[in-house]
Design a protein around this ligand. Structure first.
Ligand code: HEC
Length: 182
C-alpha cells in the first residue's frame, strides 16, 4: 500500500524535523521553574499570604522617611501626600498582611488600629497647615508608636527616628562589637 503524502505536508514534516534537530543545539535554556511562594509568613489558615507585614513595612518606612524629608525641605504638599499614603497602607494593607511567624504577634492588630486612628490624621493636619513645629511633634508621636510596636514584636532593632529628615530605619553606626567579650 502506498501512503499519499501531499507536498505541503512534506514541507511541514521537514520543518518539524529541522526544528527538532536545531532545538537540541540552539534552543534557549528553558526558564527556571517558578519559585515556590515565600513561607516566611502565614495567614490565619496556615497558608502563605502575600504581601507579608514585612513587605508592607518596607513601604511604610519609605513613606515615613519621605514625609519627614519633605517637611524638612518645606515641601509640605509632598509631606501631606506621603502621610495620606501612610494612612492608606495602615487602612488597607496592614490588616490583610500575613503576620511574621517569629516573635509575639497577637498584639499587632490592635496596635496597628490605634496607630491608624491617631497618627496619619495628626501628620496630615500638621503638613497641611505647613507648620514645622507641629509636624515635628506629630513625627515624634508617630515614631514612638512605630517603635513601641517593633519592640513588642521583638523587632526593636528596627529603630524609627523621632526627628524628621533621617533615614528610616535608623542606620547611624553603633559602636563595633567588642572582640574582648568573645
Ligand atoms: C502594629 C505594629 C507596627 C507598627 C505600628 C509599625 N510597625 Fe514597622 N514593623 C512591624 C513588624 C512586626 C515588623 C517586622 C516584620 C517582619 O518580621 O518581617 C516591622 C518592620 C518594619 C520595617 C523593616 C522592613 C524590612 O523588612 O526591611 C520598617 C522599615 C518599619 N517596620 C517601619 C515602620 C515605621 C516607619 C512605622 C511607623 C510609621 C512602623 N513601622 C510602624 C510592626 C509595626
Amino acid at each position: 500500500m502506498r501512503v499519499q503524502v501531499s507536498e505541503p505536508t512534506l514541507r511541514r514534516l521537514s520543518s518539524v524535523l529541522l526544528a527538532l534537530v536545531l532545538g537540541t543545539s540552539c534552543s534557549k535554556p528553558s526558564p527556571p521553574p517558578p519559585s515556590p511562594p515565600s513561607d516566611d509568613y502565614e495567614g490565619a489558615d496556615g497558608r502563605p499570604e502575600a504581601p507579608g507585614l514585612g513587605e508592607v513595612m518596607v513601604q511604610v518606612g519609605r513613606r515615613f522617611e519621605l514625609a519627614g524629608r519633605a517637611a524638612m525641605a518645606n515641601r509640605f504638599e509632598l509631606a501631606a501626600f506621603e502621610a495620606g499614603e501612610l494612612g492608606e497602607l495602615f487602612e488597607n494593607d496592614v490588616p490583610r498582611a500575613g503576620l511574621p511567624k517569629e516573635g509575639p504577634t497577637a498584639q499587632i492588630p490592635a496596635m496597628a488600629k490605634t496607630f491608624l486612628q491617631s497618627i496619619p490624621p495628626e501628620l496630615t493636619r500638621a503638613a497641611t497647615s505647613q507648620d514645622p513645629a507641629a509636624f515635628a511633634i506629630a513625627f515624634e508621636h508617630a515614631a514612638a508608636m512605630c517603635n513601641a510596636c517593633h519592640q513588642s514584636a521583638e523587632k526593636g532593632f528596627i529603630q524609627v527616628p523621632s526627628v524628621p529628615g533621617r533615614s528610616v530605619p535608623v542606620l547611624d553606626p553603633l559602636p563595633p562589637p567588642s572582640r574582648l567579650d568573645r
